[in-house]
Design a protein around this ligand. Structure first.
Ligand SMILES: Nc1ncnc2c1ncn2[C@@H]1O[C@H](COP(=O)(O)OP(=O)(O)OP(=O)(O)O)[C@@H](O)[C@H]1O
Length: 274
């Protein structure tokens, strides 16, 4: 029986399946099948698994952009809806090119009709948090990739969402900036908490950041295992990677992903290398 004294899960998926069907195209694609997952309030969860296993679909179910064919998705006890309670950060920064950095960060606040004083205060606070106060009047084209991603992060945080969904947010920035961004994200999250669901292809990044790593299997995507990350916080990249617990977990995860990829002749790995 369910423990009624425990706080409700911030995100709860039960028996979730999703198949994409497109009119006039080839066969339907079964993206997810029978997914059960609970994410507690203030938990940082990473999703890893082979390409095409449904990680992005899972994120999109969590903010109501995709509806399940079967099963239920509950977010803070209700049906998920895109809105100010859920922030989304994408791999491609998706900044508005003709708007300044400040206007980009203000965008979600403008959409929900925030009062001008609140809007200006939030923009100032989150630009400071990501270290871009001096660039408030710059345009996206004037910024480096890492700076653009920090604007995207400030924009997602500006409405102070209780849930932050991040889809390979650091995949298109260089390795050094990526490590700095990981530290930056940890610093911000350790200060304000909330749920983070972070999709990544990097096993190191998944372990470095999360409280729990969820390992998904090949299509139709299922959850194969979840691992608690036995690393203390606060974490910083350089000291975490030196710990034996880090090496053990990343070795285990990587071995399982590698096995899935090499044993699947239909995987993107073979398609890309042919
Ligand atoms: N809107 C859609 N219409 C049709 N098929 C889709 C749609 N969205 C996703 N799919 C398919 O569903 C499967 C899962 O896709 P999804 O993007 O969720 O996987 P992923 O694990 O995030 O992939 P990757 O790691 O490569 O980004 C893929 O085969 C994809 O092509």
């Amino acid at each position: 029986m369910r423990d009624t004294s425990a706080p409700p899960a911030a995100i709860e998926l039960r028996g979730v399946s999703k198949t994409f069907r497109r009119k006039g195209t080839a066969s339907p694609v079964a993206a997810l099948s029978g997914v059960d997952l609970d994410i507690a309030p203030d938990q940082f969860v990473s999703l890893v698994g082979p390409s095409g296993c449904g990680k992005t679909t899972l994120l999109r179910l969590m903010n109501g952009l995709v509806l399940p064919d079967a099963g239920t998705v509950r977010v803070n006890g209700g049906v998920p809806r895109p809105g100010p309670d859920t922030g989304f950060v994408f791999q491609s920064f998706r900044l508005i090119p003709w708007a300044t950095v400040a206007a980009n960060v203000a965008f979600p606040l403008d959409v929900c009709g925030a009062a001008p004083a609140l809007r200006d205060e939030r923009v100032a606070r989150y630009l400071e948090l990501v270290g871009l106060t001096r660039f408030a009047d710059a345009y996206p084209a004037e910024l480096s990739g890492g700076m653009k991603q920090r604007v995207a992060l400030a924009r997602a945080l500006a409405s102070e969402p209780r849930i932050l969904l991040m889809d390979e947010p650091f995949a298109s920035i260089d390795a050094q900036t990526r490590e700095l961004m990981q530290d930056e994200l940890l610093r911000i999250w350790e200060r304000r908490r909330g749920v983070v669901v972070f999709v990544t292809h990097s096993v190191d990044e998944a372990v470095m950041l999360a409280d729990r790593v969820v390992l998904m299997g090949p299509r139709p995507g299922r959850i194969l295992a979840t691992y608690d990350v036995p690393l203390p916080r606060p974490r910083r990249d350089y000291d975490v990677r030196a710990r034996p617990e880090f090496t053990e977990l990343r070795t285990e995860l990587w071995a399982r992903i590698r096995e899935m990829v090499v044993s699947d002749p239909g995987s993107d790995f073979f398609r890309r290398s042919m």
